[in-house]
Design a protein around this ligand. Structure first.
Ligand SMILES: NC(=O)C1=CN([C@@H]2O[C@H](COP(=O)(O)OP(=O)(O)OC[C@H]3O[C@@H](n4cnc5c(N)ncnc54)[C@H](OP(=O)(O)O)[C@@H]3O)[C@@H](O)[C@H]2O)C=CC1
Ligand SMILES: O=CCCC(=O)O
Length: 308
């Protein structure tokens, strides 16, 4: 799909960029845009989080509409479908500032229906829409090494190619909006199940007297080696869960992937089992910790078994 108005190619010194949603990811991504020389306008629900960016040269706007009015292309990195819809559609939201020649790039992880609703509203105001959820966490966001899974208006994809390259190491254009959301949910569903399986492995190893570090080293050398296990393993062994990817967002992604499975009649029993552990971890109050804190839900199950 292409949008009706011509979209100018974004370049530092020429194009004003907007960014709404200055959380863990939004902060790191916006910083890289500023460092690359872009003039950036930002908004966050809690304005305190914009302060570091203001010191680094960003302008702070008082609503998402004001960001979009000031910028040619606006990126959004918001928690979940509810936040993405609200920020886009509220009276002083993104769509209220859209006009022909502007584009909205939603990099949040949401479901396809949310993305399609926002796309239709943006296009009816004359703008272009791209969904562009990312693979990669806080570290890759800081290093400009995210992987963009984009879909929607291909001319907008081309127009924002330079800022995407500032924030990421790779970008895929997957087709009409919905395809990017689907790809992201497939990847995060696999990641979520891998993490619960790893946590169970560490718990079992512990029970039989194996050292966590030995398990991490053995896994790292074999066919199931994964950067995620190497990165998160030592902190999990120390039961320390400083958030890079908050557990509440991983559980949201499992929920959205399971709903997608229902929609297309694909049973996902492993993902469903993993999801129940993330829900248990949220009930333990761990939603704002890193998603590796699912380890604590595994440990709590062990405690329950001992009581029986
Ligand atoms: N962290 C990670 O490793 C990755 C995260 N993601 C995805 O990126 C998105 C953001 O993640 P992350 O930065 O980690 O999360 P954070 O929780 O750090 O940030 C969430 C952002 O959403 C905003 N927000 C939440 N609800 C609303 C609302 N109702 N109205 C307006 N703004 C709202 C928050 O504003 P406020 O500060 O005011 O609360 C904040 O700016 C999620 O969809 C997540 O799944 C994708 C890849 C990696
Ligand atoms: O959505 C979060 C993804 C985290 C990652 O890819 O490391």
């Amino acid at each position: 799909m292409t949008c009706n108005a011509t979209l100018a190619e974004a370049a530092p010194g020429k194009t004003v960029l907007g960014f709404v949603g200055i959380g863990i990811m939004g902060l790191a991504m916006t910083r890289n845009l500023i460092k690359a020389g872009y003039e950036v306008v930002v908004w966050n629900r809690n304005p305190e989080k914009c302060k570091p960016l203001e010191q680094e040269g960003a302008r702070v706007a008082s609503s998402p509409r004001d960001v979009v009015s000031a910028a040619t292309y606006t990126f959004a990195m918001l928690s979940d479908p509810e936040a993405a819809l609200d920020v886009a559609l509220r009276p002083d939201g993104v769509v209220a500032g859209i006009s022909p020649g502007k584009g909205y790039i939603d990099v949040s992880t949401v479901d396809a229906a949310t993305s399609r609703t926002i796309a239709a509203a943006v296009r009816s105001a004359g703008g272009g829409f791209l969904e562009a959820p990312v693979s990669g966490s806080k570290g890759p966001a800081e290093q400009g090494k995210l992987i963009f899974l984009t879909a929607g208006d291909e001319d907008l994809f081309a127009a924002v190619s330079a800022p995407l390259d500032v924030m990421g190491k790779a970008k895929f254009f997957l087709g009409p909006e919905g395809a990017g959301a689907h790809m992201k949910l497939v990847v995060n569903m696999v990641m979520g199940a891998m993490m619960t399986s790893f946590a169970e492995g560490l718990a079992l190893a512990d029970k039989v007297g194996l050292k966590h570090q030995d398990v991490i080293d053995v896994v790292a050398l074999g066919a199931i080696a994964a950067p995620m296990f190497a990165l998160k393993g030592p902190a999990m062994a120390a039961r320390s869960y400083n958030p890079a990817f908050p557990l509440k967002h991983q559980q949201k992604d499992m929920r959205l992937a399971l709903a997608l499975g229902d929609e297309v009649a694909q049973p996902l029993p492993m993902a469903a089992a993993a999801n129940s552990l993330y829900i248990a971890a949220r009930r333990q109050g761990l939603g704002d910790m890193d998603f590796s804190a699912v380890m604590e839900a595994v440990a709590a199950q062990e405690a329950d078994t001992k009581k029986q």
